[in-house]
Design a protein around this ligand. Structure first.
Ligand code: GTP
Ligand code: MG
Length: 200
């Protein structure tokens, strides 16, 4: 009887955990986006954008939705630090790739890094959300430029779920939609990449 009740309790309190890797070039705005996601999820203000320094390790934000926890993991984007990304791939359920929409000079570099990611076997088939960030500061053609970047790698994306969304880590534009899109895509992909589960 106890086992039955304990089993039912575990089932009812089970939480599915999904990891979203927040990747992109240094300065794209990943940590600023993460702080805003934290604020949207908890209602508590995150670190002010002007206090954020380049990331060396990993920053984490948790978003609770129904019986799911989304763990956003923001890693440093400097070229010397990108090698660390690999160790997070096996436990990842989706990638949020952040692009500084206003920085045309580095769009090609961003394209190369994104191509490197989608070629990785550990990330095969996972949903990829491209956040065309800094929309608050970018000109009207910036979102188009990021969409063109994605169109130019469409063949390599191999039929996986990909979306480009305009966003701003400063004013939060697009981030609620980003969270919703990622959760739905990770749930849809959960047979292929199951979540970790824990009882609470
Ligand atoms: N206007 C504007 N500035 C932004 C936005 N997001 C980030 N920034 C600025 O861009 C700069 C870099 O932001 P970070 O969040 O540190 O960038 P990052 O991608 O985490 O960089 P690394 O940690 O080095 O990989 C900072 O000066 C931010 O204030 C945004 O949406 N709009
Ligand atoms: Mg950072």
């Amino acid at each position: 009887m106890f086992t039955l009740v304990a089993g039912a309790y575990r089932y009812l309190t089970r939480v599915d955990e999904y990891n979203v890797l927040v990747l992109g070039l240094d300065g794209a705005g990943k940590t600023t986006v993460l702080e805003k996601v934290k604020q949207l999820a908890t209602g508590v203000s995150g670190m002010a954008p002007d206090k954020i320094r380049p990331t060396v390790g990993v920053n984490i934000a948790k978003v609770h939705r129904e019986r799911c926890v989304m763990r956003f993991m923001d890693l440093g984007g400097h070229s010397d630090l990108r090698g660390i990304w690999d160790s997070y791939f096996a436990d990842c359920h989706a990638v949020a790739f952040v692009v500084d929409s206003g920085d045309r000079a580095r769009l090609d570099e961003a394209r190369g890094v994104l191509l490197g990611l989608v070629a990785r076997a550990e990330l095969a088939g996972l949903p990829v959300l491209v956040l065309a960030n800094k929309q608050d500061a970018a000109d009207v053609k910036a979102l188009l430029a990021v969409k063109e970047l994605i169109n130019s790698v469409a063949d390599e994306l191999d039929g996986r779920d990909v979306r480009v969304l305009g966003a701003s880590g400063v004013d939060g534009a697009g981030l609620q939609e980003a969270i919703d899109w990622l959760l739905h895509r990770m749930l849809e992909n959960s047979a292929a990449r199951p979540p970790a589960s824990s009882g609470h």
